[in-house]
Design a protein around this ligand. Structure first.
Ligand code: DQQ
Length: 538
């Protein structure tokens, strides 16, 4: 239908049709990027899950090939769930994934490519060893044992993987060792565990060097000075710890852990889950993919005939101070930029709305810098806000005047302004520093009833004395609004369904509703071309 086409994204990853959820086994191998994905071949809601498969040379344009994994063995007859790819010595990729087995248990299986000379690696073979791991052992819960990580090499030359599990009521990233990726032994302690949460889904474990945008390959020994990151998925978000991988104990030790898990850092503060990263050996960077679900109803998804997209592939690295990850859309996405428009030296006074014209405002990339004319009016920051930034965003929406801010972008707005999505900042004064609240407010994103329209948000620290400009980049892609604040310190992807997108031109504005004037030294925006994302030929 027309509605389905209007909300379908033009350059965010999607399957040709039907439901997708978690990204699986992303990898770069012999010139090709592979995206596997949790896929329902029979409809646009979750179920009958197998592994869809698409290939790309640039992470932007994708060709759908046949599913890589079907549920056709006793070890995965109830579903081929999430897993990861690892490149073994001799340049042989292997996938390890969770199967829902014939006894309704969660087990881990491996598959190997049938033909290494097929550039797309279309066919995968299930060796007789499967399942290679079963949920047996003290304290295990056989329906909470899934989502193996990519393998990494330990100092003893053995492979390690971690698996999300519930053990004795704890959430754990359980640790296994193997010489050949087929025969695994459980290590007597987890990589890391915690008693504060539900089972950790989709753990991701990788190494990073502070302030270094280059990624690290886990298949080779990790250089000195590296930090490790453990990402886990829970409470509908991807949360992470930065710490050290203690080689003697063979365990992960976070630098800090807040007791209140609402304070744990997030990969994305919006609609993003089950993110998975991989090392891109072509460009020496680490890339992360996350799943952005729909936020309409099942009935809408059935009517659309598709559901689920991925956030743009993002380069991910560790900030100079080692305290948080930074992310930025892979530079390949810039190949889609068309007809650049450019404004300099704008001034936005209280109540100003500056229309950004001359580009396709339904498919755009916007980069805007904000500079404060004064910081005198910054309101005091209250640390208790940190546990629930969404509440802050809801209560201090774009229309609520503040001291400094809200200022930002209004996107996908109808001509009468009944529909609009607001991405904005507010600046608060904390003891030594400034705290910035970034929000993506969906409260007025659509006049359609029955949609999930939260105000997503998060806080990040900002040294206003040193860094003058607060930057915002927003990728607008029909039903996706993906924003990067402070150079990638805080990311928010949202899904929106404005009616205006279906039958009129949508508008884009920069705005300021704070009492302090803000300058925009630089604003650049582009139309984004439609990428070839799994388009069916003919
Ligand atoms: N999705 C998969 C599971 C995983 C969950 C099933 C996370 O393996 O735990 O589709 O979204």
């Amino acid at each position: 239908s027309i509605v389905s086409r209007k909300y379908r994204t033009a350059y965010h990853f999607q399957a040709p049709k039907n439901w997708i959820n978690d990204p699986n086994g992303p990898m770069y191998y012999n010139g090709i990027y592979h995206s596997f994905y949790q896929y329902n071949p029979n409809g646009s809601i979750w179920g009958d899950i197998i592994w869809g498969h698409s290939v790309s040379t640039d992470l932007v344009n994708w060709i759908a090939v046949e599913p890589a994994l079907e549920k056709d063995s006793p070890g995965d007859i109830l579903g081929c769930w999430t897993g990861s790819a690892t490149i073994l010595p001799g340049n042989i990729p292997v996938i390890i994934y969770t199967g829902g087995d014939i006894d309704d248990r969660q087990v881990q299986n491996v598959v190997l490519p049938k033909n290494l000379s097929d550039p797309y690696l279309r066919e995968w073979i299930k060796p007789g060893n499967n399942p290679v791991l079963q949920p047996v052992g003290p304290g295990f819960n056989e329906s909470q044992f899934r989502d193996p990580t990519t393998g990494w090499i330990g100092p003893d030359g053995l492979w390690r993987i971690a698996i999300g599990a519930e053990v004795n009521g704890y959430s754990a990233a359980v640790l296994y060792k193997s010489e050949d990726f087929l025969n695994w032994t459980r290590v007597d302690h987890p990589l890391y565990s915690s008693n504060t949460t539900n089972m950790w889904e989709c753990p991701d474990f990788f190494a990073v060097l502070p302030g270094n945008k280059g990624g690290l390959d886990l298949s080779v020994p990790i250089p000195n000075g590296a930090k490790h990151v453990l990402k886990v998925s829970l409470d509908s978000r991807d949360k992470y710890f930065i710490g050290v991988y203690d080689l003697k104990r063979d365990a992960f030790e976070p630098d800090t852990v807040e007791d209140d898990r609402r304070l744990w850092l997030k990969i994305d503060y919006g609609n993003c889950y089950a993110a998975k990263s991989f090392f891109d050996s072509k460009n020496g960077r680490r890339i992360i993919w996350g799943w952005a679900n729909e936020s309409d109803s099942d009935a809408d998804d059935i009517a659309k005939g598709w559901a689920g997209i991925y956030a743009m592939a993002r380069t991910i690295w560790l900030d100079n101070d080692g305290k948080q990850l930074l992310q930025w859309p892979v530079e390949e996405v810039e190949t889609l930029r068309r007809n650049e428009i450019n404004h300099q030296g704008l001034e936005l006074n209280k109540g100003d709305l500056f229309e950004i014209e001359g580009i396709d405002t339904a498919q755009a990339d916007v980069e805007i810098d904000f500079e404060l004319t004064s910081i005198d009016d910054a309101e005091p920051f209250d640390p208790s806000w940190l546990v629930d930034p969404e509440k802050q965003c809801r209560e201090a929406g774009a229309s609520v005047h503040g001291g400094i801010g809200p200022f930002g972008l209004v996107v996908l707005a109808s001509g009468d302004m009944k529909e609009h999505t607001d991405v904005h900042f507010r600046v608060y004064k904390s003891e030594q520093k400034y705290m910035i609240l970034m929000c993506s407010d969906l409260g007025r994103s659509s006049v359609r009833p029955g949609l999930y329209t939260p105000a997503y948000g998060g806080f990040f620290e900002f040294d206003l004395e040193k860094e003058k400009k607060i930057s915002l980049r927003t990728l607008i892609d029909r039903s996706a609004v993906e924003s990067f604040g402070g150079g990638g310190r805080l990311c928010i992807i949202a899904r929106v369904y404005p009616v205006a997108l279906v039958d009129e031109r949508v508008h884009l504005y920069a705005f300021n509703n704070g009492s302090t004037t803000v300058r925009v030294p630089q604003l650049k925006a582009w139309s984004m071309a439609t990428a070839q994302v799994n388009v069916k030929k003919g």
